[in-house]
Design a protein around this ligand. Structure first.
Ligand SMILES: Nc1nc2c(ncn2[C@@H]2O[C@H](COP(=O)(O)OP(=O)(O)OP(=O)(O)O)[C@@H](O)[C@H]2O)c(=O)[nH]1
Ligand SMILES: [Mg+2]
Length: 221
């Protein structure tokens, strides 16, 4: 199927392109962003027709900071000073067309080292439900090789054939040369190519969230 055919036959894509089409501005110029829903248990997961982009990663990796940048809404995104305390899915509706979903962080408890069963139950219910994500951004701290949890979660996604974009966060924390070495390591561990990984920083404005949006839109449409 060509891109054009997939664009006209995928109703979610039509929603995206129609709502955001404007020749004079970026397709994801943020006009509105609001908390749409939240789910603390599998039963609370909302059913929706909106395209969904979920953000997953270890606690403290920078999920909420990335979402705040993408939506240009610093105060909207739920953050907590205690890593791993928030065990819910937060849904944000952007431009009345696309949902960004902040998934709970994993890997916060010291023992056992594996993804906790409660986290797994909630996230698997989301991934396997009839209103799961169209794309998952898996965030990896650029300073460290992927952990066992990161690799397990990557497998959880690939086992389900869920489209995944790896984003390497906190790129401001290391030098350019260290960045490219890190991308090589992350790519090798997650069986992808370094060029498929998007480096990002929520603190350095040379990392423009528009580029992330461009990546997302091109995957979804
Ligand atoms: N230097 C730097 N710090 C960052 C960046 N992104 C996030 N941080 C910091 O890292 C800490 C955690 O960021 P959050 O966005 O709350 O991380 P999270 O993944 O949402 O964490 P949980 O909600 O606990 O799972 C905060 O102190 C942020 O300011 C970044 O790109 N660069
Ligand atoms: Mg968070």
């Amino acid at each position: 199927m060509t891109c054009y055919e997939s664009r006209i036959t995928n109703p979610k894509s039509i929603m995206l392109t129609q709502k955001n089409a404007n020749a004079n501005s970026h397709p994801m110029k943020i006009k509105s962003a609001d908390l749409y829903d939240q789910a603390f248990t599998p039963r609370q997961i909302p059913h929706t027709q909106h395209p969904q982009v979920a953000v997953v990663g270890r606690s403290n990796v920078g999920k909420s900071s990335l979402l705040a940048k993408m939506m240009r809404r610093k105060k909207l995104v739920k953050t907590s000073s205690t890593p791993g305390k928030t065990r819910a899915l937060f849904y944000y509706l952007v431009n009345e067309s696309i949902l960004l979903v902040d998934l709970p962080g994993y890997g916060f408890s010291r023992a056992p080292k594996q993804v906790s069963s409660r986290w797994r139950a909630l996230v698997e219910a989301y991934l396997d439900g009839d209103s799961g994500p169209d794309l998952v951004l898996q965030l990896i701290d650029i300073r460290h090789p992927p952990t066992g949890d990161d690799i397990a979660v990557n497998r959880l996604l690939s086992d389900r054939s869920i489209q995944t974009l790896i984003v390497a966060t906190k790129a401001d924390k290391i030098s350019r040369s260290a960045r490219s070495r890190s991308l090589d390591v992350i790519a090798r561990e997650l069986a992808t190519s370094p060029s498929a990984i998007v480096p990002f920083s929520a603190k350095d404005s040379s990392f423009d969230p528009k580029e992330l949006w461009d990546n997302i839109i091109s995957i979804l449409t």
